[in-house]
Design a protein around this ligand. Structure first.
Ligand code: EPU
Length: 338
């Protein structure tokens, strides 16, 4: 089960050539528990990998990389208007969205084509086209490394927010390993068509009364056009979060840049567009050796060939410096950076 000195290039969508000291794949909590008690790895840092689509490795990993391979789907409580489903952490996200629509569930269609696994979805509360996954999460079953047992966290315990959850909190980070997700999925629900571009895409597809499957297809078309495909050019999707700033800061920006995209973020705050800020700095398509910024979307860092994690991190820091000096706004990375 436990392997030493394993190459992580196949396990991160940036395609960075880093290695891990220890590597293991497990298929059950019993195997996981046995693995974590193994004296060769006990006490070492642990990195749980889904498909490595939200990870930048700037160096080799001197710890244990674990992949939890379980992709079961089980209806645990059928209801009248919605069903409660349990899904294994190792299931591919997009495959599950597709499965859910094929089985008559509605809700996840706006989240089509997001790379990654079910287990990774709650960590950063994945979201796209006006929907965040937390809306459909009923509970998260985890393995608690401190107490060495499994436990189920109800939705409210998880502290979900924009690209954030309790699992990202610095005092809890790496304590829990997601085993299963419980979704409450409606059997029919209103569609979310308000995010800019969705209605236009449906119109281009000549669809006047869309179904959830049509929205899924529209999102897939938009993403394929706008975002670079990680199987063609290494990337981890959005590299920075959209900054959430006090309204006064947004207003100051708008007084000089009236066209800056900005959205209500509640509590007297506005969400700005990191992609726009980066593009304004002239960095769309920027390149430093094999590392760079996508020419398709300014929020996406790309590996043009054999960039190292350190090369990519240097580009990320350059972006942060440019945006900070031009707009006095600090961009925070979205992926896990090792
Ligand atoms: N924009 C630019 N230049 C660019 C890209 C974007 O000016 O190169 C501006 C445009 O004004 C555009 C606006 O930014 O209208 C918003 O762009 P987009 O719809 O692509 O969304 P985003 O805010 O850049 C977020 C998520 C994406 C998600 C899309 C769609 C974050 C960090 N990113 O990007 O998520 O797919 O919305 O909902 O919140 C990811 O997390 O990896 C990811 C791809």
């Amino acid at each position: 089960m436990l392997q030493e000195h394993v190459a992580l290039k196949p396990f991160n969508t940036f395609g960075v050539a880093a290695r891990t000291r220890w590597y293991a794949e497990v298929t059950s909590t019993t195997e996981l528990s046995t693995l974590l008690a193994d004296p060769r790895v006990a006490g070492l840092p642990v990195l749980v990998l889904g498909s490595g689509s939200n990870l930048l490795l700037t160096r080799d990993y001197d710890g244990l990389v674990v992949r939890y391979i379980d992709d079961h789907v089980r209806v645990i409580a059928p209801g009248r208007d919605s069903h409660l489903l349990e899904v294994g952490a190792g299931m591919n996200w997009h495959r599950f969205v597709d499965w859910s629509l094929a089985h008559g569930y509605v809700g996840l269609e706006n989240l089509a084509l997001i790379p990654g696994t079910i287990g990774a979805a709650p960590i950063q509360n994945i979201g796209a086209y006006g929907v965040e996954v937390e809306r459909f999460i009923n509970a998260v079953e985890v393995f608690d490394r401190e107490r060495r047992c499994t436990t189920i966290f109800k939705h409210d315990f998880c502290e979900f927010a924009y690209r954030f959850s309790r699992f990202k909190r610095s005092d809890e980070r790496n304590r829990y390993i997601v085993i299963n997700l419980r979704f409450r999925l409606p059997r029919g629900a209103e569609l979310h068509l308000d995010y800019p571009g969705i209605r236009e895409e449906l119109a281009a597809m000549q669809i006047a009364s869309p179904t959830a499957r049509d929205v899924f297809d529209a999102v897939v078309r938009i993403r394929r056009r706008k975002l670079p495909d990680p199987s063609v050019i290494g990337n981890a999707g959005s590299f920075f979060k959209n900054p959430i700033v006090p309204t006064a800061v947004a207003n100051a920006l708008l007084s000089t840049h009236a066209a800056a995209p900005n959205f209500d973020a509640g509590e007297g705050r506005r969400k700005l567009s990191a992609g726009w800020l980066i593009e304004q700095c002239g960095l769309k398509g920027y390149r430093d050796g094999a590392a760079g910024i996508s020419a398709q979307h300014a929020l996406v860092l790309v590996n043009h060939g054999n960039a190292t994690g350190a090369d990519l991190w240097r580009v990320a820091q350059h972006v942060q410096t440019c945006v900070r000096s031009r707009f006095a706004i600090t961009l925070e990375p979205e992926p896990v950076v090792i």
